[in-house]
Design a protein around this ligand. Structure first.
Ligand SMILES: [Zn+2]
Length: 275
């Protein structure tokens, strides 16, 4: 942490670019949520085994709306039962310390950052707390409160099905999340904003994410090309990010879980700012 202390001291003194946090499934895993790509992410319906890459698509949804909603309502239940952890809360405190220089970009769709109190969150893969019309006839809105979450194998009721239809056009609502066969955009997923942030970042903390989706990789690449600091916080040290950043002079790795490393980082920043 000593090297990081020196780096941070300089960056805090310069008062220029953003101090950016990019978070992924690893931080939510510490709240007990399964990582999407792990074995837990596999959805079993009857005798069929589906990988997220197969059923997490618009194509699959357009043919199996009830099944995809059943899976999503089970996820909603897991999310509702999960609590933000020390890592989330440390980020909330860091936001208060840094003000406008703080940026948080998250791949997570569980809303735990907001529940821990972080104000400004860019959800680049959308949010399970919101829905929108699958025919895009209106803007995304909050998940309807009357829809009950589901146990793993629980079927939708006729009322659920009714509530999961767009009130305006009658088509199915869909989760407000990016599927594997869809593209990023600014309107729903802050695509341009994420690049703008990367272009103006002095130090990027990459937390609990391995680099398996396109935009996070591009954010890291952008910061790397600009020779700004990148701090990887991950108990694993053989992720795709470790691979693409190998040998980089502006890389600092903390091989530690986020619930341990982030409170330490928060304390460090607090001391620097208040001294
Ligand atoms: Zn509609």
């Amino acid at each position: 942490m000593e090297e990081l202390q020196l780096i941070l001291k300089t960056i805090l003194k310069e008062k220029q670019g953003y101090i950016t946090f990019l978070t992924g499934a690893g931080i939510s895993a510490e709240s007990g949520l399964p990582t999407y790509r792990s074995i837990d992410g596999i959805w079993i319906k009857g005798t069929k085994y589906h990988k997220p890459e197969e059923f997490g698509t618009y194509k699959y949804f357009s043919q199996n709306q009830e099944e995809v909603w059943q899976y999503n309502l089970f996820w909603k239940k897991m999310i509702a039962e999960a609590k933000p952890n020390l890592g989330h809360f440390a980020i909330t405190e860091i936001e208060k310390l840094l003000g406008d220089r703080f940026k948080l970009i998250t791949q997570n769709v569980d809303g735990l950052h907001q529940r821990s109190g972080t104000q400004k969150v860019y959800e680049i893969h959308g949010s399970k707390q919101k829905v929108r019309c699958s025919k895009e006839c209106s803007e995304p809105f909050d998940f309807p409160e009357n829809i009950k979450y589901k146990e793993y194998m629980e079927d939708l009721t006729p009322d659920d099905i009714d509530d999961l239809k767009c009130k305006k056009c009658g088509n199915w609502l869909r989760p407000h999340t990016l599927w594997f066969d869809e593209s990023y955009n600014e309107k729903y997923y802050h695509f341009d904003t994420a690049y703008h942030i990367a272009d103006h970042t002095d130090i990027l903390f990459v937390i609990g994410t391995s680099g398996s989706t396109a935009l996070p990789v591009n954010i890291v690449e952008t910061v790397k090309i600009r020779a700004k600091w990148i701090v990887l916080i991950n108990p694993e040290n053989d992720t795709y990010f470790d691979y693409i950043l190998k040998g980089s002079k502006t890389l600092h790795s903390i091989q530690e879980s986020s619930s341990v490393a982030l409170p330490q980082l928060k304390n460090m920043m607090e001391e620097m700012i208040n001294s």
